[in-house]
Write a protein that binds this ligand. Sequence first.
Ligand code: HEC
Ligand code: HEC
Ligand code: HEC
Ligand code: HEC
Ligand code: HEC
Length: 186
Amino acid sequence: MRSLRAGGPRPSVWAALALALPLAACEPTNQGYAPPQPIKYSHAVHAGGLRIPCLYCHYGAERGRHAGIPPASVCLNCHRQVLPDHPEVRKVREAVEQQKPIEWARIHQLPDHAYFSHQAHVRAGVVCQTCHGPVEQMGRVAQEAPLTMGWCLSCHRQGSQRAGAGFGAIPAAQANRLTDCGVCHH
Ligand code: HEC
Ligand code: HEC
Ligand code: HEC
Ligand code: HEC
Ligand code: HEC
């Protein structure tokens, strides 16, 4: 519950929500969840050190609901030449040769009844790190945000408080629309 209050919405709104949605308010979060992955891929090396843009691999984020995980062939764009004999790279090449997709463990996942679209957020200028934290420093990706309804609503009401996110307050008229239940529950 503390994370819901961090954004500072009016207490009356939370009182109403807490009465209406006791279960939603107590929902445990998966913050910090960082499952092991089948291949040791590092965002710190690629998005941090090498500065490969997020959208080079997660191009779906601009185009639709899902950011998507790049197919192994995208890794080979570079790794046919770079470190071809590295044991982890060899696993990638085998996956491509055997036409077996790599079974990356999913980290962020909303329940089916909640609708989220990357495109709406990316087009509005909300940067990845606002919701995912400093991924470019992560050796292994961990879920940073709680992804609860209260977390979504606090930004839809008043914009992100996070400094340097390149994204300010949402105008009142728009905020009213963005808190309609139907926006996220179809
Ligand atoms: C070279 C390709 C590549 C680049 C560049 C890249 N990623 Fe990824 N990303 C991956 C792969 C592969 C996975 C799946 C394995 C993992 O979780 O590390 C992934 C996983 C993720 C996940 C977790 C997905 C889940 O299951 O919930 C997030 C969030 C993410 N990336 C965000 C970013 C952000 C933000 C950037 C830029 C700072 C970025 N990525 C740059 C390839 C890339
Ligand atoms: C407004 C918050 C927000 C922003 C901004 C955002 N994400 Fe996400 N991301 C989420 C949520 C929520 C999920 C879980 C979605 C679901 O389960 O339907 C997710 C899931 C993902 C996943 C795994 C599932 C999928 O959709 O493919 C990846 C990879 C990912 N995000 C990468 C990115 C990248 C890269 C960016 C920037 C280009 C980005 N995200 C921007 C909130 C955000
Ligand atoms: C745009 C080029 C590019 C792409 C795309 C790319 N890599 Fe790399 N990768 C590199 C370079 C360059 C290095 C060497 C970095 C160094 O030695 O400092 C590297 C290093 C690595 C290493 C060894 C270093 C470490 O992290 O321990 C692994 C493993 C690796 N990449 C896996 C992958 C996987 C898996 C993908 C696809 C999801 C991928 N790479 C996509 C350029 C790329
Ligand atoms: C950091 C701020 C922020 C967070 C966190 C956030 N959103 Fe948004 N959301 C926005 C902005 C900005 C827009 C775009 C408004 C526009 O373009 O009119 C938006 C738009 C949307 C839209 C499209 C609405 C439409 O019809 O145009 C949906 C759906 C949505 N968000 C769902 C979610 C869900 C679900 C979550 C939580 C998992 C979430 N958002 C978290 C800022 C945020
Ligand atoms: C900005 C997006 C957004 C809006 C607007 C929104 N919700 Fe949600 N809602 C979510 C997300 C994401 C979840 C799943 C995460 C959670 O349970 O906190 C959720 C979960 C729920 C749940 C399930 C709680 C549980 O314990 O499983 C109910 C019930 C619900 N919402 C009702 C509503 C009602 C009623 C409204 C309108 C007053 C509303 N929501 C508006 C995003 C939203």
